[in-house]
Design a binder for this molecule. Structure first.
Ligand SMILES: [Fe+2]
Length: 306
């Protein structure tokens, strides 16, 4: 058996252009996707490859660092289950969720601003009647009335709009973080606006809360000296057959962390005062103790096709 291959050693043999070379790595790999039938998938993969390779070259990524990144992402996946979404949290703390959400909703001067959906919308909110309380645990917290009206950019009501809300409790936890301690679907509700687009429900004032820190995302925050808190908020998602779905938050004006939210979710237009109301008659009319807090959250959504 011989290992002598004179032809392969000649200078005239062209080097296949698909062979790996660091200086052309992104082009070579992107070319491998050139026959992708879906043009959008081809575009996304090509751009991803270019940015990923540019990143590795920019920081001169070592093999150990690459392996640490793989371990981090593996651990992130292993931390996910039916009620825990560590990858969304990772996207959130990197600001990617806010960027994607904001890019998808550019005309924010005409409509209620959007913000991240977050990792806790993984169970469906139970349908409730207008005026119902979403607080089934009654385990503390300031009673609160939330009112609002869903309209389009012309001020016309969006009759029958779905208003899906979910929030943390007075200790800063979602129901899925306290299985067995609080009723399932506590502090969640799916409401149907009336013919005038109006909705209202009872709840408690949400508290600022830490995003879960017992997984790899928590480790990332600790390693970088970042805090893990989110400003107090109620998640609101508004949809209807004739409007684009709006995913947003209603932030509590006196909450800490409004200026340093761990997932960059705060927009000024979404901050509302939860005003204290001392009015026994009004409290009784809503089956609330007196005094109570009240916040009004008018929502302007975009008609599809406009
Ligand atoms: Fe939240």
């Amino acid at each position: 058996m011989t290992t002598h291959h004179p032809e392969s050693a000649t200078k005239s043999t062209p080097v296949p252009t698909s062979l790996f070379a660091a200086e052309r790595s992104a082009e070579i790999v992107a070319d491998s996707f050139a026959a992708t039938p879906d043009p959008r998938l081809r575009e996304i993969l090509g751009s991803l490859v270019h940015h990923l390779h540019a990143f590795a070259k920019d920081v001169d990524l070592t093999v150990d660092e690459w392996a640490a990144g793989i371990r981090f992402l593996t651990e992130t996946g292993h931390t996910c289950d039916d009620t825990r979404q560590e990858f969304i949290m990772l996207s959130d703390v990197l600001g990617l969720s806010m960027l994607v959400e904001t890019l998808a909703n550019p005309a924010q001067d005409r409509y209620t601003e959007s913000t991240v959906e977050g990792p806790f919308h993984m169970v469906a909110s139970p349908p409730r009647a207008l005026g119902d309380s979403i607080d089934e645990a009654a385990a503390g917290g300031e009673p609160c009335l939330v009112t609002g009206r869903v309209t389009d950019a012309d001020g016309a009501p969006v009759a029958g709009a779905s208003v899906d809300v979910w929030q943390a409790d007075a200790d800063g936890f979602y129901d899925v973080q306290r299985p067995g301690e609080v009723p399932d679907r506590n502090l969640r509700g799916l409401f149907t606006a009336d013919d005038d687009g109006r909705f209202h429900f009872r709840t408690i004032v949400p508290r600022h809360y830490p995003i879960p820190t017992d997984g790899p995302v928590g480790g990332l925050l600790r390693a970088t000296g970042r805090h893990c808190y989110r400003a107090a908020h109620i998640h609101v998602q508004v949809s209807s057959p004739t409007t684009r779905t709006l995913t947003t938050h209603l932030f509590v004006a006196d909450s800490p962390y409004l200026d340093s939210d761990a997932v960059f979710g705060v927009k000024e237009s979404l901050i509302r005062t939860f005003a204290e109301v001392d009015d026994p008659e009004r409290a009784a009319a809503h089956a609330l103790p007196n005094p109570f807090r009240h916040v009004d959250f008018p929502v302007t959504v975009q008609r599809t096709g406009t």
